[in-house]
Design a binder for this molecule. Structure first.
Ligand SMILES: *[C@@H]1O[C@H](CO)[C@@H](O)[C@H](O)[C@H]1NC(C)=O
Ligand SMILES: *[C@@H]1O[C@H](CO)[C@@H](O)[C@H](O)[C@H]1NC(C)=O
Length: 477
């Protein structure tokens, strides 16, 4: 008994973790190989994977050279993700490079799919080829996927003067329902400081790059967990909720109001915060904190404001150019891990920049989805497009998956209420900042409703006044 305790004491926690990982890896590999695929006779001749870990959004570029080694033509290729990865996925894209010199890309349709035969909860995305791949033919597919919340701060708590370290977990072998003849994985870290990483020979580390492979002839569903522990002092700006209201007024302007719930999603701040140290030694203090946030707004914005619960915050800078407007927002205090900030940003943009008339006479708004802040994750984004009173047949066109519903809103002088088209999406990354359109019909007569109402109210008031002045209330003559 005593010896066991001794051994336990001597063995570092790290070594234990490594052993557990190894055990898990062996278990996983055997489990997965035994349930080999029955999908098709595709095989991957080469898989090149680049994993960009330089920000808190993990971006993976995977190039697959696929060969059809069976007899029947194949028109679908599957991408596989572990259940954890599937939960963290924000975006999956695939394209086929065309043209030799100038690289052009033909995008492919990529859709999630449920396959009950998928082993160990593997989630598939189907990439639909433009034309079937015949026997013996090969095709190169470039895929790109983005994951959020997949860097885990460790230690979980750091003091103001410490650097932030994070874990990234993945598999050294690309998870795939097809056999892979040759593969290499490169990981790029933000700095040279890599505390530790799982080795799976051949593995090498130089500067900011970690290389796994080349590995040859891996069976379908091979999986070999790896863990990389490295420094990442990027601001982990997570917007837990963003509610954006885009209100169209046919009187010349679109008013945008954005309500932010911002969280620093990195390692939690331990101990007190010293502003003196923070300001005097910026090189050693609050490396992972953020003092300001940078937003890209449309060109020609006007009446920009930025406020929180206390009131107007004047410490923001705005630079307007012909292509975009840069807004730098400085919260009242620097944000450390686990700290939150709630604020509102509002601005107006000219109507003619975003509202157009389509061929059939209906109107449409063409506006950018997503969050204006650079390099942030939005856990839940709600875009509310408030149409002018009297609008009918509202519908949205967007090229990403989002929930859509209609609501009503009443503001000053509204009689029948305004139609609000609501788009809701979880796990939004900067790559989702793409245009969407809201179409609606509007009767010109409604433009006059509000002025007419005001005019009649004033008219009534004056008529009453005049009548009052002319009526003689006196009793005696
Ligand atoms: C808020 O502060 C900005 C200066 O950054 C100023 O231009 C704006 O007028 C202020 N708004 C209010 C309502 O005080
Ligand atoms: C919407 O605007 C973008 C530029 O902001 C433009 O590229 C796109 O063609 C527009 N879409 C429509 C349907 O007008």
């Amino acid at each position: 008994m005593l010896t066991i305790v001794g051994i336990l004491h001597r063995r570092s926690v790290n070594a234990m973790a490594a052993r557990l990982l190894l055990l898990a890896s062996v278990l996983c590999s055997t489990l997965l190989i035994s349930t080999s695929s029955s999908t098709s006779d595709l095989q991957i001749l080469a898989a090149d994977r680049n994993i960009d870990l330089t920000s808190h959004i993990v971006r993976v570029y995977l190039t697959l050279k696929v060969e059809n080694s069976g007899a029947a033509p194949v028109s679908e290729v599957l991408l596989a993700f572990s259940p954890t990865e599937a939960r963290q996925l924000a975006l999956v894209k695939a394209a086929i490079p065309i043209g030799k010199k100038k690289k052009k890309y033909q995008p492919l349709d990529v859709n999630p799919t449920d396959r009950p035969d998928a082993p160990n909860g593997t989630k598939y995305y189907i990439m639909s080829l433009l034309k079937p791949l015949n026997k013996g033919e090969t095709i190169t597919i470039e895929t790109h996927y983005i994951m959020t919340h997949s860097l885990e701060p460790f230690p979980v708590e750091i003091s103001q003067s410490e650097s932030q370290l994070v874990y990234y977990r993945d598999s050294a072998i690309v998870l795939s329902p097809y056999p892979i003849k040759q593969q290499v994985t490169l990981l790029k870290t933000p700095s040279n400081k890599v505390e530790s990483f799982t080795r799976m020979e051949p593995t090498s580390h130089a500067g900011t790059q970690l290389k796994y492979g080349p590995y040859e002839d891996r069976a379908p569903f091979s999986y070999s967990p790896i863990m990389v522990h490295f420094e990442n002092n990027n601001p982990f700006a997570v917007i837990e909720e963003l509610v954006r209201e885009i209100e169209i007024s046919h009187w010349g302007s679109i008013q945008i109001t954005e309500h932010y719930k911002l969280l620093h999603g990195g390692a939690r701040q331990k101990g007190g915060f010293s502003r003196v140290d923070y300001q005097n030694q910026p090189a050693f203090n609050g490396l992972s904190s953020f003092k300001h946030l940078h937003a890209e707004l449309p060109p020609r914005v006007h009446s920009v404001y930025y406020r929180d619960e206390i009131g107007n915050i004047s410490s923001s800078r705005l630079r307007i150019s012909s292509k975009k407007s840069d807004l730098v927002v400085l919260p009242r205090y620097p944000l450390f891990g686990g700290w939150k900030s709630t604020f509102v940003i509002g601005y107006g943009v000219p109507l003619q920049d975003f509202l157009f008339e389509s061929a059939d006479g209906s109107r449409y708004l063409n506006y950018t989805f997503g969050c204006a802040f650079v390099d942030t994750i939005v856990d839940k984004l709600i875009d509310k497009v408030v149409l002018p009173e009297g609008s009918t047949d509202a519908s949205a066109i967007f090229s990403f998956s989002a929930e859509q519903r209609l609501e009503k809103k009443y503001s000053y002088l509204d009689v029948v209420g305004r139609t609000v088209l609501v788009l809701e999406k979880r796990n939004v990354v900067p790559e989702h900042n793409i245009p969407f359109q809201v179409h609606y019909n509007f009767k010109q007569a409604y433009m006059l409703a509000e002025p007419l109402m005001l005019i009649s109210v004033f008219l009534l008031f004056f008529v009453t006044c005049i009548a009052y002045l002319h009526i003689d209330f006196s009793i005696s003559k």
